[in-house]
Structures are given as structure tokens and as C-alpha cells.
Ligand binder design. Sequence first.
Ligand code: ZN
Length: 363
Amino acid sequence: MKAAVLQELNSPLVVENVDFQGPQAGEVLVKVAATGVCHSCYHAVTGNLSVPLPAVLGDEGAGVVEEVGEGVTLVRPGDHVILSWAPSCGNCVYCIQGYPAVCLMASRIPRGFMADGTTRYRVNGEPVYHFANISSFGEYTVIAEESAIPIGKDIPLDKAALVGCSVTTGVCAVTNTARVRPGSSVAVFGVGGIGLNVVQGAVLSGAEKIIAIDLLDAKLEMAKRLGATHTINAAAGDPVPEVHALTDGLGAEYAFEAIGTKTTYEQTVRAIRSRGMAVWIGAPPREPLSIDAGVVFWGEKTIMGSNYGSARPRHDMPRLLALYKSGRLKLDELVTRTYRLEQINEAFDDMLRGKVARGVIRF
Ligand code: ZN
């Protein structure tokens, strides 16, 4: 198959022929229909997210089940599926409470491998590693059956692909992690692929004030179209005083970080009022943070991490698609441009320049 491979850090991806092995017990072979181009992959390119190389990248996709391995019961050939990058066991202490994003089994899968510690990809006989459990930048992918989330055949797969990462991560951070209540004030730091969906989640939750913050006016315009009530261009300086000015001088009730920098992680804690909640969604920065413990203590503030929006993929993804069908969740509007796999590096450039809400590769 053709797949986009990251061979070494800080280099362009190379589209090449990759040999793949069929699904083993508990695994599924999926013919990928479409994959979103996500910033998480770029974190792998820069090394901010460390993964064994060479690897087939891609962490947001959808496709059709082609073949299933021994013992697979959750899907069968022909099923349309979203690829979930967070397979979970369903039985551990966290899964049984409804928190599969922190599944104990999943946390033990070594990065770059299938659960059994081997890979299904090779080039010239040498192993090529998996990425984010789904490696969606290839014509085919071999995944754990728990990563294949069945959906209706009436949903276009290039739209469903977005629900595999950015939509679920953003919307469910609001509905599941933070449980934002109607009438709330919400600040969103960074309105790229994830942040725009935080805006959508805030609209769905009935937030009264939705303040979008970014460095690029084009992205702030997109945020407005999706329901942001106020925008702040942070290029001029610290946006936190303006967030306070827009929220009766108190700060927002919720602030979501959707970029992954030390500065914005810290800003969310200052942007919220007493009893408010800062929710960290962006890939964690490597440097230690500098946070005033006093403002958290005296103000009884909450800081929450949000991994995959605290989503339960088999439950939440079909619900998100139902909201799309009823017109209440916008997916068509998120896809600014589509590409061929060979244009993957151009798609990264467009994402980094803020030219697209989401770029999608169609196979
Ligand atoms: Zn589990």
C-alpha cells in the first residue's frame, strides 16, 4: 500500500510503498477512506511527541472494514468505522467507571506497536512503526478491534473522519470533561482543529459567552462562524485582562487550552474566576509550568486534563454524528480543503499557516 512515512525528525513525510501484514487475533484491517491532517502528527515530526521511527503517521480517520482477525466480534467486513486512537479494554478500574481514555491496558501498549509488542508494517523487510494506534496516513491500516467504531453508512466518510480526533476531542472536552452548564462563560485559547470544536461544544452546551482567542484573524473569523460571541487577537499581548473585562471583571467560568504551549497553559489558570475550571487539551508542553498556587488555592479553582475529551468512543461518536445529521454539529464547514496523499507536506504547511480549519486527505 501507499503510506506517508516519517523517516526522521523535522523532515518532510515520504509517500512510499509499505508492506502490511493482515489482521492478527483481535485486530481489524480497514481500507482508509479519508484522514484529517492533525497537529498531533506535526508534534511527532518535531519530536515534541516522541515516537519510534520510521512510522506511518495519521491519527484521525474513517474507512471500511476489509478483513477481521480471529475472535473479532465488534465489527465485520463491510462495516463503516471511525478509527479511534484510544482503544480500551472495557474491564479495568477506569473503563468500568466510564473513563476509557485513561484505560490501564491502553497505557501499557508501547508507543509505536500493536498490543502484542510487534508491528504490522515493513519497508524493505525492516519494521515500520504505528502511530497513535491507527496510522491513518496509509491506504490501509491494521488496528485493534476496539479502535474500530461502527457508524451508519449514510454518513460521508470524509466527514466522519474528523470525529475520530478533533471533533470528539474538542466537543467532548466541553460536554464530558468540563460538563459546561447553560448560561456559562467560556474562553477558548487557540481555535485550530480542536479549539473550533470546543466552540461548537460550548454552543451545544448553551454557553452564553464564548470568547475565542488566537493569533490569526482568519481563525477567529472561523470561530465566529461556528458560534463564538467574542474574539481576542492575542498577537497584541496577554489576552487574560481582556477575558476578565468581558466577564464582569471576574474571569471566565471555563477556559480551554487547545494549543499546547507553556504560556497558554498558564494563561488558562489566570483567565478563570474563583470556582472556575481550566481544561488542558493541547499536547502538554515539555517545560515546567509556572503557576501561582495561591490563586488556585484561595479561589478554589479546578485544573483538569482532557484526554480525547474524556470520551467513550462507542457511545459518544455515534451521538456526535446524530447531531451532525440534525444540523446542530457542523462538520462540512470544518473541511476547508481536501488533498491527495502525495500532498501531505503541503497540507501540513497550510495547517501551520492557519489557512485551513481542517485539511482532509481523501484516498
Ligand atoms: Zn480499561
